[in-house]
Design a protein around this ligand. Structure first.
Ligand code: RAT
Ligand code: ZN
Length: 414
């Protein structure tokens, strides 16, 4: 059915809200990973996005803060960010959206009422409930072969939960050879503390081992703003000699999340990371040098977003994805989604949740879908105004590309 100008905006909104999606980057885990899967109100309130906010205003030293238990920290956030002032920031608003969508009455502003709701939930059904409300069909985990809490689960149980897919995360391999080589050796593969050519086959065996165990959809790393490719660093050597050959052999993309200044303020721990503008030339150089490899890329700095779109116009082996971390705010999501649609049409992946707490998929997707729907609505209005006919079925197919098929096709190399 052809859509009139009046109908088009409402139809786009409905389609964007009701199309199931793949969440291509989260920090969530299948239930067999035990405590690695975070969920519930105390985790929501101690999310590092909120920690940074509460520590700006709290009359407390960092030492005193970190001495508190998880429950006490949650109470502290609740008191300072939700009761003593209104929760207007995006991270605070996220908690409110979760309460609303899970049907928890906030009128008393009582943490005890909320805790009672969570005490009645069972993790397995809560995963289904959250996915159902967020309309998420599957989620990609972040799987770290260097993490002693995670690796035994892969070695003993593995993942057969279809709600969760794996991604092989390799940060130490590129950024901290001391740590990486110790772990690789402890796991029984031959590498020396000083990186040299003889380490390549040990790394290859290590990657093969984890590739077989995890069956990852892609490999991934987060990189600092100073990341430069090529240069004479170990990072460049490992990318050239191990990462790209492994990714090409397995026919999976290499995801680069670029622009994080790790632990800029170490006292804030996980909340202490910051942002810097990165060099798009490194991505250009990789895409040019390896036309048969595929790169999923997101930048942390607003200043890199436009040039990422332009670079993606030059390389069909480059897929921009998501509005990452400090970009995941309504004003920036709107700007990024607009410029991506204008420069790339439908050939990008508009968002990922980066959820660290299961409940967050509900708010992150609710908030992002609203903006994506509005921006897309504007674009279809522009199209219909020219007299070009648009149907609901066409909009459905377009949104499916953004929410699912662009990822599926790109990771499988189609
Ligand atoms: O968004 C986040 O929660 C960050 O702390 C990081 O986890 C980042 O997304 C990453 O994957 O490194
Ligand atoms: Zn992440």
């Amino acid at each position: 059915m052809l859509l009139t100008l009046e109908k088009v905006r409402q139809t786009v909104k409905e389609v964007v809200d009701t199309t199931p999606l793949i969440d291509i980057h989260t920090h969530l885990f299948a239930p067999q990973f035990g405590d690695l899967l975070l969920w519930g109100i105390d985790e929501l309130l101690t999310y590092h996005y909120l920690t940074a906010e509460v520590l700006r205003i709290a009359p407390i030293s960092l030492d005193e803060y970190w001495k508190m238990s998880k429950q006490e920290m949650a109470e502290y956030s609740w008191e300072h960010l939700f009761r003593r002032r209104s929760p207007v920031s995006e991270a605070c608003r996220g908690v409110l959206t979760c309460l609303e969508k899970f049907g928890i009455d906030p009128t008393e502003k009582s943490l005890e009422t909320i805790r009672r709701y969570y005490a009645q939930q069972k993790v397995d059904t809560f995963i289904d409930k959250a996915m159902d409300i967020a309309n998420v069909k599957s989620m990609v985990m972040t799987n770290d072969p260097f993490d002693p809490q995670e690796t035994p689960v892969w070695n003993q149980v593995g993942n057969s939960d279809p709600r969760f897919q794996a991604a092989l995360r390799i940060d130490p391999l590129l950024l901290n050879w001391g740590v990486a080589s110790d772990t690789i050796r402890e796991q029984g593969f031959k590498v020396s503390p000083d990186f040299n050519d003889s380490c390549v086959s040990g790394i290859k065996k290590f990657l093969d081992h984890w590739g077989d165990k995890m069956n990852p959809r892609y490999m991934a790393v987060s990189l600092p703003p100073t990341f430069t490719y090529p240069d004479d660093s170990l990072c460049t050597r490992v990318i050239d000699s191990c990462v790209i050959p492994f990714a090409m052999e397995r026919k999976i993309p290499f995801a680069m999340m670029i622009g994080v200044k790790k632990l800029l303020h170490p006292g804030l721990r996980l909340a202490g990371d910051s942002v810097g503008k990165s060099k798009i030339a490194s991505v250009e150089n990789l895409c040019l040098k390896y036309p048969n490899a595929r790169f999923l890329v997101t930048f942390l700095s607003r200043e890199n977003q436009h040039e990422l779109c332009v670079t993606a116009r030059k390389f069909n082996n480059l897929m921009p994805f998501g509005c990452w971390w400090f970009m995941n705010n309504p004003s920036i999501i709107e700007e990024m989604t607009r410029e991506r649609l204008e420069l790339l049409g439908l050939s990008f992946i508009p968002q990922h949740s980066d959820a660290r707490v299961l409940d967050q998929i509900v708010y992150k997707w609710k908030h992002s879908r609203r903006i994506i729907g509005q921006v897309l609505g504007d674009k279809y209005v522009d199209v219909v105004r020219t007299g070009w006919p648009v149907t609901k079925e066409e909009i459905e197919a377009d949104v499916r590309q953004l929410f699912e098929t662009n990822f599926e096709r790109f990771v499988s190399g189609q």
